[in-house]
Design a protein around this ligand. Structure first.
Ligand code: HEC
Ligand code: HEC
Ligand code: HEC
Ligand code: HEC
Length: 208
């Protein structure tokens, strides 16, 4: 290896460490292009469509997967909570359109006769009572009331902006406050928004 090549290798290695967290859905748990139940061989189409999208969920990005009809999930409850979690709303409803296990994975693009349901560890189910609370307004007032949460409007998420900018949707904590639905690159699994090594994800919001 000559000097220039050695320099180039270092530069590439550095670039890979810098951008090792580049986000891509290809090859992730959400790449369904190779599934027998997805005859389109496409990736995005299971969740998105350029036309005739389902716009019933607020802010849903060109949604193409059948939504869950469950109206009443069992919610997380605890005496030390300062917020009052509501029924799942916003983008969490999109996740639950597969992860509550009541809608077939192959029910997208208007198909309602699918027969492949989620099983295994990825199944969250209709009881959210043993899951981190979602669909809660997380603002400075909650941080103050709790005493153990950072102010989302002023605290860095470590992802370029504040917690509110990078992790909340319309000021709310949702599934995607911790997960990136399109990301296979953070850690080896769990599609996390950022690494949770040394609990870095948790400590972004929790002042513990
Ligand atoms: C398993 C379902 C799923 C698949 C597959 C999927 N997405 Fe998404 N996408 C979502 C959800 C859910 C959101 C809503 C935002 C969020 O919760 O992260 C979203 C949001 C988006 C957004 C708007 C917000 C943003 O992150 O920019 C774009 C653009 C997008 N997706 C593009 C794509 C493209 C392009 C593909 C295929 C390469 C794709 N998605 C595949 C579920 C999916
Ligand atoms: C179209 C259906 C669908 C939608 C919509 C969907 N998922 Fe998934 N997701 C799946 C399936 C199927 C798996 C399991 C894949 C497997 O078993 O390998 C999965 C796996 C996962 C995993 C585990 C990843 C791993 O590597 O173990 C996480 C985390 C996850 N999903 C989060 C989300 C979140 C958060 C949303 C919404 C923002 C969402 N999903 C939306 C179908 C979906
Ligand atoms: C507070 C952060 C946080 C929120 C909110 C959150 N998750 Fe997770 N989730 C995680 C972490 C961290 C893991 C990895 C856990 C592990 O590896 O032990 C995970 C793991 C998962 C897995 C993989 C489970 C497995 O055993 O393979 C799925 C699927 C999942 N989450 C879906 C969801 C869905 C759907 C929502 C919303 C209803 C949600 N998550 C909300 C942090 C969160
Ligand atoms: C995007 C911000 C955010 C992230 C990331 C996050 N949390 Fe939370 N967490 C919250 C908010 C907001 C609440 C609601 C607090 C309240 O109402 O008192 C909460 C509630 C909780 C509770 C329940 C507290 C109670 O009083 O019952 C626990 C425990 C918890 N989180 C642990 C975790 C762990 C562990 C992680 C990492 C896997 C994590 N959180 C990641 C924002 C976050």
């Amino acid at each position: 290896m000559n000097k220039f090549n050695a320099f180039l290798s270092c530069a590439i290695l550095l670039a890979m460490t810098q951008f090792g967290f580049a986000q891509t859905i290809v090859g992730s748990a959400h790449d369904f292009s190779g599934q027998s139940w997805n005859t389109t061989t496409e990736i995005c189409i299971v969740c998105h469509t350029p036309h005739k999208a389902d716009v019933t969920v607020a802010d849903a990005p060109l949604w193409n997967h059948s939504l869950s009809e469950v109206l009443s999930y069992t919610l997380y409850a605890s005496g030390t909570m300062n917020s009052i979690p509501g029924q799942p709303d916003g983008s969490s409803k999109l996740c639950l359109s597969c992860h509550d296990g009541t809608v077939a994975l192959d029910n997208f693009g208007g198909v309602t006769t699918g027969s492949n349901f989620m099983t295994g560890d990825a199944l969250v189910g209709t009881s959210l009572s043993n899951d981190h609370p979602i669909s809660i307004d997380y603002d400075a007032a909650l941080a103050l009331a709790d005493g153990g949460l950072h102010d989302p409007g002023t605290t860095s998420s470590g992802l370029g902006g504040t917690i509110a900018e990078d992790m909340l949707i319309s000021g709310k904590m949702q599934c995607s406050s911790c997960h990136d639905v399109h990301n296979s690159a953070v850690g080896t699994n769990s599609l996390l928004l950022k690494s949770n090594a040394a609990s870095a994800l948790c400590l972004t919001c929790h002042d513990k």
